[in-house]
Design a protein around this ligand. Sequence first.
Ligand SMILES: NC(=O)c1ccc[n+]([C@@H]2O[C@H](COP(=O)([O-])OP(=O)(O)OC[C@H]3O[C@@H](n4cnc5c(N)ncnc54)[C@H](OP(=O)(O)O)[C@@H]3O)[C@@H](O)[C@H]2O)c1
Length: 153
Amino acid sequence: MVFKVSTQTAVFLRETRETTGALVFGRRTFDLTNGWGGNHPLDVPVFVVSGSVPQGWVYEGSPFTFVTDGLESALEQAKAVAGDKDVGVGAASIVQQCIRAGLLDEVHLDLVPVLLGGGVRLFDHLGTGPIDLERTRVIEGAGVTHLTYRVVK
Ligand SMILES: NC(=O)c1ccc[n+]([C@@H]2O[C@H](COP(=O)([O-])OP(=O)(O)OC[C@H]3O[C@@H](n4cnc5c(N)ncnc54)[C@H](OP(=O)(O)O)[C@@H]3O)[C@@H](O)[C@H]2O)c1
């Protein structure tokens, strides 16, 4: 997969690639992307939380592991594989569960200038209390702003 991006974004993506050791996603995102065409662009092991294992995706050397015993199990397996590196979590329901459980350390947002008007909201179902974030980084790319926040605990 080739991305044509600004220098600032390229540096940011390269850094993300170097610091990410594993990913955890929800099954819906996996299905919508058809398993990112076979391998996630970050090229790290991906743990997919689901109630079932899809046929055809379990094979020797697959980058995907389907976890049917819950999100905590997926996070544990991802941490074990990632070692010193970060575990990235994606997809709305997974991020929301991690925030609610106090498991998220950082939020990364790639902000583009379009108002979608509908769809799945990322910061939904978070309960009533405010969750404080500290902005730690802003990178201006071309047509995209990469924002990083620390979750204040
Ligand atoms: N902009 C971005 O960077 C980005 C990145 C990723 C996703 N997205 C968007 O996010 C949306 C998908 O998010 P989503 O919240 O609708 O779905 P999701 O998180 O991708 O997947 C939800 C599914 O994951 C499984 N799951 C989640 N938590 C579980 C748990 N604790 N135990 C067992 N299984 C669990 C269930 O699968 P089963 O039904 O198999 O039980 C559930 O139906 C899409 O619109 C996608 O395009 C955007």
